[in-house]
Design a protein around this ligand. Structure first.
Ligand SMILES: [Ca+2]
Length: 207
C-alpha cells in the first residue's frame, strides 16, 4: 500500500501502465474468428464478405485472423491464406460453419504465429507497421532484427513498428523476427537507396 502511494505521488503509475500495456499486446486469437467471441460461425463469414467489398474496414489483426484460404500452404511463406481478405475466405468459413469441412481443415485448433506483411521494400527513414497474431497461444510477441548486409539496419519497437535507418549505403535486406513462445515468423525488408530529393526552387523575386 505504501509502495502504491509512492507511485501515485511520484507520477510513475501512468508510465508503468503504459509500458505494461504495450509490452503485453497482442492477445491470442482464434483463426477465422473475426468477431472475437472465440467461435467461428456464419457471422465471421459475413464480416469477411463485408470487408472484401469495402463495406467494413478490417483491422490489421482481422486481416490475419480472417485470411484462412488457401489452406496449407498459403502464399508467400504463410501457413495459410494469401492476404487480403476475399470471398474465398468467407466461403471456406461458411463451409466450416455448416460442417462441410472439419476443425483440422480450417485450422481452428492450430497454434501458430501469423505475420504481415511478409515482404516489403523501404527506403531510408521509411516506416512499416508489422503485425503478428499468435493463434490459440497467449503471450507477448517479441520483435527483433538481423541482417548480414549492414550494421545500420534500423529499429523495431515492441509494437512491431519498423523504422528504416537514416542512410542506406547500398541495397540489402533485413530480417524482421516475430517470436512468441517457441514460435517464430520472419518477414523480409528490402532496403534500397533513394535519390536525394530535388532542392526546392528559390521563391520568385518580388515584382
Ligand atoms: Ca466469431
Amino acid at each position: 500500500m505504501i509502495k502504491r502511494q509512492r507511485y501515485f505521488r511520484a507520477g510513475l503509475l501512468p508510465l508503468f501502465l503504459c509500458f505494461s500495456l504495450s509490452a503485453s499486446a497482442p492477445q491470442a486469437a482464434t483463426l477465422g474468428d473475426m468477431t472475437g467471441e472465440g467461435l467461428v460461425t456464419v457471422e465471421d463469414a459475413v464480416k469477411i464478405l463485408k470487408c472484401s467489398v469495402g463495406l467494413e474496414a478490417p483491422t490489421d489483426e482481422q486481416r490475419l485472423i480472417g485470411d484462412v484460404f488457401p489452406a496449407r500452404p498459403g502464399y508467400t511463406g504463410r501457413t495459410l491464406g494469401e492476404y487480403p481478405l476475399n470471398v474465398q475466405d468467407a466461403i471456406w468459413i461458411l463451409k466450416f460453419s455448416v460442417g462441410l469441412i472439419s476443425l483440422e481443415e480450417l485450422g481452428v485448433q492450430d497454434t501458430f504465429l501469423a505475420i504481415s506483411p511478409t515482404v516489403v521494400d523501404l527506403g531510408p527513414r521509411d516506416q512499416q507497421q508489422f503485425v503478428a497474431v499468435p493463434f490459440n497461444f497467449t503471450g507477448p510477441v517479441e520483435w527483433s532484427l538481423a541482417s548480414s548486409g549492414s550494421s545500420q539496419i534500423g529499429v523495431i519497437g515492441v509494437n512491431g513498428l519498423y523504422i528504416a535507418p537514416d542512410t542506406v549505403a547500398r541495397d540489402f535486406s533485413v530480417s524482421v523476427y516475430a517470436r512468441v513462445g517457441g514460435m517464430e515468423k520472419i518477414a523480409a525488408v528490402f532496403l534500397y537507396q533513394k535519390p536525394p530529393p530535388s532542392p526546392t526552387p528559390p521563391p520568385p523575386p518580388p515584382a
